[in-house]
Design a protein around this ligand. Structure first.
Ligand SMILES: Cc1cc2nc3c(=O)[nH]c(=O)nc-3n(C[C@H](O)[C@H](O)[C@H](O)COP(=O)(O)OP(=O)(O)OC[C@H]3O[C@@H](n4cnc5c(N)ncnc54)[C@H](O)[C@@H]3O)c2cc1C
Length: 318
C-alpha cells in the first residue's frame, strides 16, 4: 500500500515545529510514524503535511525535575523499557511499554505517539477498498456509526497501552503551542469523542510526560489481554496502583478514551485487599465505561476480561 502525497517538514526546534503546524492547516505531527503512516496508507487519515518531531533533541530523554520524573515526548518505548530507574519506581509503565505491538513498534514508537494514537474500530481501520462497499461511517466523513446504528456519533475505541499505566501514576502532560507551555492532567488530553479523540488545540504538541515522584512510593502493575502475544492491540488493558489504603485502577480498549475505574477505587478505599473485597470490586469493573462492539469481541466477553485483568493485576502487586 502506498502513502498518499503530503509535504514533509523536519524542524530541529520545538518552536519551528509549532510554526510549521500553524502555517500548514490540517498538518499533523509525526514521531515514530507507526500509527499515523499506517492510517495514511489505509486512507483513514489524509493530512496534507507532516511535521516530523524526530530530529528535535529536546523532545527525547528521561530526567529528574524537582519532585517529578520527566519523560520527553519522543522517547521511544524501548528506551523506557531499558531505563532501570523507571522499572524500579514505575513498573506498570515499563510493563505497558513492553506490551506494545512488536519489537519494531517499540523501537520506533514514542511515548507521546502512543498516547496520541487515533481510536480504532472494525469499520474504520480498514482499507479503502473494504470501506467503499458501504456508506462511510461518521468518523470517516459519513453520517452513521455502523456499530450502534446512530447518526452523528462515533464509538471508536482508544487502545493505547501506555495511557492506563500513566493514569494510575497520576501523570501530567506538558504541552507547547504558539502561546507557550502548559501542563494538564493526562486524563484531560482525551476528549472522550471517538471522532476527534484528543483535546489538543491545533498547532500544539505534547513535549513531555511528567510523573510525580510520590507515585513511585506505591506499587504498580499493568496487565494486557490480546489474542496474540505480539503485534496486537489490547482487547483490554488494566493498570493498578496501590499505596496503603489507596488504590487507583485504569483500563484501556473499553471506551473512546482510557478510563479510571472510579467505582472500583471507591469500593476499595481504605479496605484491606482480601480475596472477597477484590472479587466484589472486580464486579464493578465495567461500571465506568460505555462498552460497544467496536471489535469482533462481544461486550459480555470484554466485561469479563476487565474483571479478570483487574484481579490479576491486583494479585501481581503482592
Ligand atoms: C500492527 C500494529 C500493532 C500495534 N500494536 C499496538 C499495541 O499493542 N499497543 C499500542 O498501544 N499501540 C499499538 N500500535 C500503535 C502504535 O504503533 C503505537 O501506539 C506507537 O507507540 C505510536 O507511536 P509513534 O511515535 O509511532 O506515533 P505516530 O504514528 O508518529 O503518531 C501517532 C499519533 O500521535 C500524534 N503525535 C505523535 N507525537 C505527538 C506529540 N509529541 N504531540 C502531539 N501529537 C503527537 C501524531 O500526530 C499521530 O496522530 C500498533 C500499530 C500497528 C500498526
Amino acid at each position: 500500500m502506498r502513502l498518499p502525497k503530503f509535504t514533509h517538514h523536519q524542524p530541529t526546534r520545538i518552536e519551528d515545529a509549532i510554526h510549521a503546524l500553524a502555517d500548514n492547516p490540517g498538518a499533523k505531527a509525526v514521531a515514530g510514524g507507526t500509527d499515523l503512516l499506517v492510517n495514511m496508507k489505509h486512507r483513514v487519515e489524509l493530512p496534507p503535511a507532516l511535521v516530523s518531531l524526530s530530529r528535535i533533541d529536546e523532545l527525547r530523554g528521561i530526567r529528574r525535575e524537582g519532585d517529578a520524573t520527566v519523560i520527553g515526548a519522543c522517547t521511544t518505548l524501548k528506551e523506557i523499557q531499558r531505563d532501570e530507574e523507571l522499572g524500579r519506581k514505575f513498573p506498570a509503565l515499563v510493563q505497558a511499554a513492553m506490551a506494545v505491538g512488536s519489537y519494531r513498534h517499540q523501537t520506533m514508537g514514542t511515548l507521546a505517539g502512543n498516547l496520541c494514537q487515533n481510536t480504532r474500530c472494525r469499520f474504520f481501520n480498514q482499507s479503502w477498498e473494504w470501506r467503499r462497499v458501504r456508506s462511510l461511517c461518521f468518523k470517516a466523513g459519513g453520517e452513521d456509526c455502523h456499530v450502534v446504528g446512530k447518526k452523528n456519533i462515533c464509538f471508536s475505541t482508544y487502545s493505547g497501552d501506555m495511557a492506563p499505566a500513566l493514569l494510575v501514576l497520576n501523570a501530567a502532560i506538558r504541552i507547547q503551542g504558539p502561546q507557550g507551555i502548559s501542563h494538564i492532567p493526562l486524563a484531560d488530553l482525551f476528549s472522550g469523542q471517538g471522532k476527534s479523540p484528543l483535546a489538543l488545540a491545533s498547532a500544539h504538541i505534547v513535549t513531555a510526560v511528567v510523573i510525580p515522584e510520590a507515585s513511585g512510593n506505591g506499587l504498580s502493575h499493568y496487565e494486557k489481554f490480546s489474542l496474540r502475544d505480539s503485534i496486537d492491540f489490547p482487547i483490554v488493558g488494566a493498570a493498578v496502583w496501590r499505596e496503603n489504603g489507596s488504590v487507583r485502577v485504569a483500563f484501556t480498549a473499553v471506551d473512546r478514551a482510557p478510563v479510571r475505574a472510579q467505582a472500583i477505587e471507591a469500593a476499595l478505599q481504605g479496605q484491606k485487599l482480601t480475596g472477597p473485597a477484590i472479587e466484589k470490586a472486580a464486579s464493578l469493573a465495567a461500571k465506568s465505561v460505555k462498552l460497544v462492539p467496536t471489535t469482533i469481541h462481544p461486550v459480555a466477553f470484554k466485561r469479563d476480561i476487565m474483571a479478570s485483568l483487574f484481579i490479576r493485576a491486583v494479585r501481581a502487586l503482592g
